[in-house]
Design a binder for this molecule. Structure first.
Ligand SMILES: [Mn+2]
Length: 251
């Protein structure tokens, strides 16, 4: 049987859409998402609807922690399982968002995400698979690239193919403007643009957070008042130009 394994979508509907299309072409029997479905892109609601529509079984990631804030989304993420144990074609499969959440049985298959890094290897008698990230994969070659894994299990034999697909980011930035996301927080929007267009992955948020801390402001990132976001953005070492203004004019 064929099982599609996704993780760390982070609200990237644009990437998820082409992943789902790819999965449909390959006739997967089941689809799992290993957590962090939510995130910061426009149309998070559409991404979550798409997962529902295709009966994707979703785990709870750290972004779905009950204390996390999801503006404008009326869903209870605390009902999602944190870990799941299934058996398919004689193989015990354990899954959780982070590697340390579950102990995998001997000869079993351990599925996890969180690091955005894709790999598959055997460790002792256990197989470990991280499908990488749909929304923001680490080490991407093409900057607008999405990744997931297709797992095939027949008679206890496991085969994995890592899938990498590319897409255009233009619509994302246009939607930041048309949905009002850019106006709500232009600095956060710009951080996401730099993350996507340079492939630095989520490390840019840590860099920005440390920058704000160095300015003497110690609260958690989502709680910065507007003036802190703006002040930090002025002195932040940006590595990608702010193209939103250009998109805004041509919108
Ligand atoms: Mn995570």
């Amino acid at each position: 049987m064929k099982i599609a394994v996704l993780s760390d979508i982070h609200g990237n509907y644009y990437a998820l859409k082409i992943v789902i299309d790819d999965i449909l072409r390959q006739n997967a029997d089941e689809i799992y998402s290993l957590g962090d479905q939510t995130g910061l892109f426009p149309y998070l609601d559409k991404a979550l609807d798409l997962l529902d529509e295709h009966n994707v079984i979703c785990l709870q990631g750290n972004f779905e922690d009950p204390s996390a804030k999801h503006y404008g989304i009326n869903r209870d993420f605390s009902i999602l399982p944190r870990v799941l144990h299934i058996e398919r074609e004689g193989v015990q499969i354990m899954m959780g968002h982070m590697e340390e959440l579950v102990e995998c049985p001997e000869n079993g298959l351990h599925l996890f995400g969180h690091t955005h890094d894709s790999y598959f290897h055997k460790s002792g008698s256990k197989y470990k698979l991280n499908p990488g990230s749909v929304g923001d994969p680490k080490g991407r070659v093409n900057l607008a690239e999405t990744r997931y894994a297709m797992l095939e299990i027949y008679d206890g034999v496991i085969q994995v193919s890592h899938r990498a697909l590319t897409y255009s980011t233009e619509q994302i930035w246009r939607d930041f403007i048309s949905t009002g996301c850019y106006d709500v927080n232009p600095v956060l929007s710009r951080l996401l643009m730099e993350m996507m267009e340079t492939g630095v992955s989520n490390s840019i948020f840590g860099r920005f957070f440390r920058h704000v801390k160095s300015m003497g402001y110690l609260d958690e990132m989502p709680d910065y008042p507007h003036e802190i976001w703006d002040k930090a953005a002025e002195s932040f070492a940006w590595k990608y130009p702010n193209k939103f203004d250009g998109w805004r004019q041509s919108n």
